[in-house]
Design a protein around this ligand. Sequence first.
Ligand code: IMP
Length: 209
Amino acid sequence: MSARQITGRLVIATHNPGKLWELQQLLAPHGVDAVSAGDLGLSEPEETETSFSGNALLKARAAATAANLPAFADDSGLCVDALGDEPGVYSARWAGEGRDFSAAIRRVERELAERGATPPFRAHFTCALAVVWPDGHVEQFEGRVDGVLVFPPRGEKGFGYDPIFLPDGLERTFGEMMSAEKHALPSDGSQALSHRARAFQALARACLA
Ligand code: IMP
């Protein structure tokens, strides 16, 4: 069965202006008018699920119900093989209240050492997307990028765990790349680089005209 198409107004279940802006750029060429949950005065639900897709669905469902409009949400994070896929859905929480990602990166390094892990430290970023309509219809997508972790961290261009993530087949960490390069959606249809761009490519193929 083909996926339901996204048309007209779409609520983006985020209070993060950077994320909203990025999504508006991606959606505008498809005739979709993206408004943020923050601008509509909707509150942010707590992310209580244990999977990326569960959290994306929870956020999209809450926004679709509150706004009575189709709603989009994402959830993403870093999964490290030798840490049993942690920090995973807790990626943001490892940075603490102060959002200190150098502390989060030190914690990853420390926990790898405590578990006696040795390089290569295999890891991947995952991004889950969910679109929920007010009648309860759901479309979900996932994107993933595999690589290894490198210490010490390299590069200051990205955010979060970017400086320790070296994607397979490349010689620069995400922290050494411009955001445009990492998140670009190639116009020739070839695979994007980042987990978020890959998930969005899957959504665009299925749900956007
Ligand atoms: P959220 O999906 O915006 O809640 O992001 C969860 C957390 O995962 C972020 O705070 C980052 O720590 C981490 N993360 C997700 N995507 C990336 C990425 O592309 N680079 C670096 N860190 C990321």
